[in-house]
Design a protein around this ligand. Sequence first.
Ligand code: H2B
Ligand code: FE
Length: 308
Amino acid sequence: GIPWFPRKMRDLDAFASRTLEFGAELDADHPGFHDKAYRERRQSITENAKQYRYGQPLPHVTYSEKELKTWNTVYTELTQLYPTHACKQYRYIFPLLEKNCGYSPHQIPQLQDVSEFLRECTGFRLRPVMGLLSPRDFLNGLAFRVFHSTQYIRHHSKPLYTPEPDVCHELLGHAPMLADPDFAEFSHQIGLASLGASDEDIDRLARCYWFSVEFGLVKEDGQVKAYGAGLLSSFGELQYALSNEPQLLPWDPFVASKQPYPITQYQPVYFVADSFSSATDKFLQFAETIARPFSVWYNPYSQTIEIV
Ligand code: H2B
Ligand code: FE
């Protein structure tokens, strides 16, 4: 049969307690594993995400001095690279986030403020999540223009490293791009393609997502710039991706969907899009090869998936 999928935005409430590995508990090799205070802090932030339901305001977090110091380190390092390494959409949006959402080296923005800003730009919104969702659940959220976001910060002992998404990755990597209409459309289409897809097709879509939304590059005036969140939130990999070390291939979802990838090292291969609208066109050709006995579209007025 066809795997279950959410039909209305409220159905995403079902994902709240379905996180993989690092939800509330940390693995033994996590930098925060031996830090009791850090684990308790994580627990209280993830508990709020677990309790969150559709329609509620997003949890407000008052970050500690220690957490702010970690953010400050990450922010200060990354913002040095954005002028030369980030794509023009990112460079355009970042100052707007500083002006409207409290982005600054001295403050961690609140998910609520960022979510409201994104809704005005592209209709995307944030939803708090305990940790990693399954690829299927995570991609299904995108079909509603909902981006699941963690709210805790990485451990202070390793400010430039995190084995999992954290608020630095979400707010510096993902959120700015979700304010761009063409990028938002691209992300939305990956989400729609995932609804009711087979497990094999979810694997193919997850690889497309990985090589675009997470690690994508884009051409800009004869140069190559970064738009993937995994790059825009990593001081080391952002420089590496634009050095001449890795292999660059033109964005092709038929190829990307079969490309294996490491998760704990820098990527050996990156895909370069011509633009977000051409990346979407290519993705839609690929999405036609996903066998489904129906087609779907999103009704933004009722926030429901219509099946035809
Ligand atoms: N869950 C969360 N919380 N954030 C992500 O960025 C994320 C996820 N990415 N689950 C997904 C998996 C991605 O790696 C793809 C779709 O597999
Ligand atoms: Fe991510």
